[in-house]
Design a binder for this molecule. Sequence first.
Ligand code: ADP
Ligand code: MG
Ligand code: MG
Length: 919
Amino acid sequence: MAKKKTAKKTESRTPNPKSRHVYLFGKSRTDGNGGMKPLLGGKGAGLAEMCRIGLPVPPGFTITTEVCTYFYDHKRTYPPDLKAQMQAGLASIEKQTGKTFGDVKNPLLVSVRSGARDSMPGMMDTILNLGLNDQTVEGLAAKTGNPRFAWDCYRRFVQMYGDVVLGVQKREGEDHEPFETVIESLKQERYHGDIEDTKLTADDLKELVVRFKALVKERVGKDFPSTPWDQLMGAVGAVFGSWMNDRAIVYRRKYNIPSEWGTAVNVQAMVYGNTGDRSGSGVAFTRNPANGTKEFYGEFLINAQGEDVVAGVRTPEPVKELKGHMPKAYAELERIRQTLEKHFKDVQDFEFTIEDEVVYMLQTRNGKRTAMAALKFSMDMFKEKLIDWKTAVMRNPADQLDQLLAPVFDVADAAKAEAIATGLPAGPGAASGQIYLNANRAVEAADRKEQVLLVRVETSPEDLRGMIAAEGILTARGGVSSHAALVARQMGKVCVCGASALEVDYQARTVKVGNKTFKEGDWLSIDGTAGKVFAGRVKTAPSEIVAGLIEGDEQAKKTEKFKSFQQLMKWCDEATRMSVRTNADTPEQTANALAFGAVGIGLCRTEHMFFEGDRIDAMREMILADTLEARKAALAKLLPYQRDDFAGIFRVLKGYPATIRFLDPPLHEFLPHAPEQQKDLAKKLGITAEKIHTRVEQLHEFNPMLGFRGCRLGIEYPEISEMQARAVFEAAAIVQKEGIKVKPEIMIPLVGFKKELDQQLEIVNRVATDVQAEKKVKLNYLVGTMIEIPRGALTADEIAQSAEFFSFGTNDLTQTGLGMSRDDSGSFLPKYAEMEIVKKNPFATIDASGVGQLVDIACAKGRSTRPDIKLGICGEHGGDPDSIHFFEKVKLDYVSASPFRVPVARLAAAQAAISSKGK
Ligand code: ADP
Ligand code: MG
Ligand code: MG
């Protein structure tokens, strides 16, 4: 098979002889292990590992992901020797269970389960009880002495197989799944609709099988396959086929899973949770994945097969209740819970079935968790000595960290608000929004920039787009393993599920609670930490972490959330090699960033300072000036403003470095373009509107991004650079005299030629000398450049002769490196992402293999001239975890991120350092 290029880190692959397609697992022999996810998929690897540590797993085999790749490379056919290997696999299962596939006396039934490398919840479909037909069902009934059970299995099998493999599904205009409609009408006929599924008799179930088969025949035009082997091959094909279904594709795109990975197929002996009251099925977590509490968490159903738990037809009970029903099985599960954590050293999400009080394990994987739970798990497991501190750092997903910084409900306002319902707190946080009851309308509303709350009876994979668009998700039904809870954990959505007081009416598009009715577009608020639902819009307050750090709120500092966060950040500082600065251009932003742990400014954009109040007028006057004298006069007005701004920032920084970029944007951005505004400005400046208009015309450019901007401005108008240098140094002198250390780093933008830099350098150094003489101080400063156009990167060795530091302006470097304007990319980039031409938006995550090379070259060349050159990055990518991993690879000294992204960057930088050392 072709070598796979993967965006994600891949686990080591044990060498696989090309001819081996099937890996056995079970008590007597297990070929795979937990490290073989790429080949066996997450489920297959997990089953193998559980067998290895002696947990009770029904025997089976895994067909590798390579067969999936083969399947798509060969017009949906299989490797020729697959069949023989599967037959050998079946023989092994038969031997271990004492049952025989297709046997009419003691039939072996199997499940056929998909399983990609990363779990893709709800994307792939599992088929249970495969191997049943009109003969084997009788055998099963006779052998177990439980005809009801046998026919329940058969009816489930025909239904699942009919749906998943044969495609008998809801059509346009149908309200219900066709099989459900058949069940419903039988219930009506025989019981006036008044009966639970579990109470249907063997005879009812037998009749259902007949009707289901008739339905299949009618819809598909073919008989339901009766040969177990044909059933098996059909199911395997359906699993592979589902890798390319729409839902799977949408999901993969969202999580950047390459389509080349493929899925494995697991074929496994059935164990039966539906034999009666001494059986059941459930899902559980070794700890609470919503808030992190160390408790056995999950749910189960008595007398049920696995899919019932998630299907939401019956309401499951909390797993702790099992203690009362089946104490022995519960004790066994508790033991398994401990074993799992000890072995995997992480919180596990597992699925189990109890057959006549005997527990069987059907799946385990690292549990998805909210950011809050991740933080608590990592702290607790460190204390329990299950993991070391570096592992604890790695356990917190950097891209989820800002969930912890997200606002919570204002306590006072929430107390006043009307709590209308409670549900399961499935995704911590606060969310208010206008309610929508279907995914499409939620997406449309979000496109209209509305704040949206998606409200459903329960969610299913079809709702994914709406869930992504919504601020929060609220469901009336469903527990911890419901789809909504799952997605909330995964995407970090605020979510309350199973708020049973809600009556959601899809037809009328209303939500009723008691005597209150809410229409689509009305506001509701949900507290996903407490599981509460409020009418209207509840005010939010800053997260405890923000309150503690930025507002110095003492109460907030006492919370566990705050303390854990601080501990995590302390570890990050210990682990990290790169430091984290911030992009800030006001004292306030700077103070916030420092509170979050930034150690300097990586980018202070001076032009932002020209927009405030009257300053813009002086700026415009400067741009409109005809002569050098007039320009200087206008600049003289700007000088004090700029000096004060810098002084304010220096004071806050207390000796931390500040990289200050000289004027960068094209000048026309400062002038008014509308005739009305031009008239107003003309009046203010005492000139004609005509003149302004002419100047605007003059400054007009076809490609402003590639035009008169960056150092080109300072080269044409040296007096601008002169003024800016003077403002920096005078401010530095003032603050230094106050007894505060100051470290300005002047940065010249858009340099492509060493000579450009030299020309500006001469001005900066001259002004520095002047100011130091005038103020009688000695200032400590650096002058460097931004590397943001390819020529600058490629000639970095020359530029480094003059530059004392480089800061990569990766926004422009991406634009110029790709020849793609960021502002215009919206019209074609989405298509590029869809077609996987680009794996990720290159403006959000650095294009490591392309633009990254420019960075790499510039680092090497810069260091070849000046070994101790300081290297940093100040583009948008400085706050992006994946990009930060790349910057660690090329050994930058620091990254710079916007103030509220600083914690994310610190975590990502620490993780990058830890994982690069691990290699
Ligand atoms: P998913 O990937 O959607 O979780 P699974 O393959 O795990 O799908 O199957 C869903 C459920 O089906 C399992 O949790 C389990 O309860 C049930 N199941 C799967 N295989 C078996 C089996 N061999 N015996 C009994 N139940 C099974
Ligand atoms: Mg599962
Ligand atoms: Mg730039």
